[in-house]
Design a protein around this ligand. Structure first.
Ligand SMILES: *Cc1c(COP(=O)(O)O)cnc(C)c1O
Length: 386
């Protein structure tokens, strides 16, 4: 029996984070400045992209994306929400942070069913639900496991042949920091991406996020809209007073304190910790494959995935959870399906595939804090049955 519970999440905070943030705190300049620039450069190099901004959370980033889709249009096709029939197709199996920004922008959504093999959006159901009013598709890489981006691209190209524009692909990549689809990192596949640096994500800046754009106009506009619409680089007559604001914006920018913490954690996470998530998941993948009443998700070896959460399907899930709790192993479903909440009942629709496995899903500890002894203990405990 393990003495201490094996947690499902653990904050990684490097030794340097306290020192580096203290330097910023005492520097006399703590809001968005040179350290944010440095963090953005570091992230851009990591993802190999050149249109990345940081924001104060992924939720803010997603809000900004939908705001821009509604008011200005996005991507080279300048796709825009024009009327009440226009909508975003999205997955219900995610954090409310993925979907509430759509609704808070007064944009309509439609739920797409969920693939029981991966917990990602069902691309079959997506194809059935696309109409000329589908302006964007928001996907989540559940647990970090990439949705089939090539297939999604094919669907987008077919859609363009029929409707004359490409729906915007928004990747909510909060679970997928450091995950690779085939050879390349999630974030670098040419879609709009949102990442989170919240406390329990792979990389934390305490709170924070980033958005990657794929069009220069969008990227430049986003830098203004994240800070009231004010150009921080303009020449001013009075240093406190902005010149003209053409488009009103939010207060969504990151500050140098958060950026210094994100930077302090970056190297350890990307050089060492991500690898542990990958190895722990591989261990489960081989050790749990023939366990009674347990089904693994269907993960392709083509992708390299530091699973943020490791999801399995088990019969008698509640009994499974109880047994794990007794044995000091923390488990959870992590995110409630968004479509069942009263607040969104008007969007309700039948999602038979999600219904078919939602009662079997459960996530077990997989992160950097799970030692080889821990994971052996977890597998042994599961194999005892529940
Ligand atoms: C954590 C999370 C978010 C929100 O991130 P914040 O930075 O806390 O706003 C969004 N989507 C998913 C899928 C998440 O897991």
């Amino acid at each position: 029996m393990n003495k201490n519970p094996i947690p499902l999440f653990k904050v990684f905070m490097s030794e340097e984070a306290a020192d580096n943030s203290k330097k910023v705190l005492q520097s006399g300049y703590i809001t968005q400045g040179p350290v944010v620039d440095e963090f953005e450069k570091k992230l851009s190099r990591f993802f190999n992209v050149d249109k990345l901004i940081t924001v104060n959370s992924a939720t803010s980033g997603l809000h900004l994306i939908v705001h821009m889709l509604k008011n200005y249009g996005l991507t080279d096709d300048r796709v825009k929400i024009e009327n009440d029939d226009d909508h975003i197709l999205t997955t219900p199996l995610t954090c409310t942070a993925s979907n509430w920004p759509i609704l808070l922008n007064n944009v309509n959504l439609r739920w797409v069913d969920v693939d029981s093999k991966t917990c990602n959006m069902s691309l079959d159901d997506l194809q059935k639900k696309l109409t000329k009013n589908t302006k964007a598709v928001l996907i989540v890489h559940w647990g970090g496991y990439p949705i089939d981006l090539d297939k999604l691209r094919d669907i987008q190209n077919d859609f363009e042949k029929k409707h004359g524009f490409k729906f915007v692909i928004i990747e909510d990549s909060a679970h997928a920091f450091g995950a690779k689809y085939k050879e390349n990192l999630i974030g670098s596949h040419g879609n709009i991406n949102s990442f989170s640096f919240q406390a329990i994500k792979h990389l934390t800046s305490v709170d924070g996020g980033s958005v990657i754009f794929n069009n220069t106009e969008d990227f430049e506009r986003s830098k203004l809209l994240r800070w009231y619409g004010i150009d921080r680089n303009e020449n001013r007559k009075d240093f406190r007073c902005e010149e003209d604001i053409e488009e009103i914006g939010f207060k969504f920018h990151m500050n140098d304190v958060n950026a210094s913490i994100g930077l302090s954690n970056f190297d350890e996470v990307t050089n060492n910790l991500l690898h542990i998530y990958i190895e722990n998941a591989k261990y489960y993948q081989s050790e749990l494959k023939d366990v009674n009443d347990l089904t693994l998700l269907d993960y392709s070896e083509d992708n390299s995935v530091p699973f943020w959460i490791y999801t399995i399907k088990v019969k008698n899930r509640d009994k499974f959870m109880l047994k794990m709790k007794e044995k000091n192993i923390i488990t959870s479903r992590v995110h409630e399906r968004n479509d069942i909440h009263s607040a969104v009942k008007k969007f309700k629709e039948k999602l038979p595939e999600l219904d078919s496995f939602i009662d079997e899903m459960i996530c077990i500890p997989v992160g950097w804090w799970v030692t080889p002894d821990d994971r052996e203990y977890i597998v042994k405990t599961i194999k005892e049955g529940w």
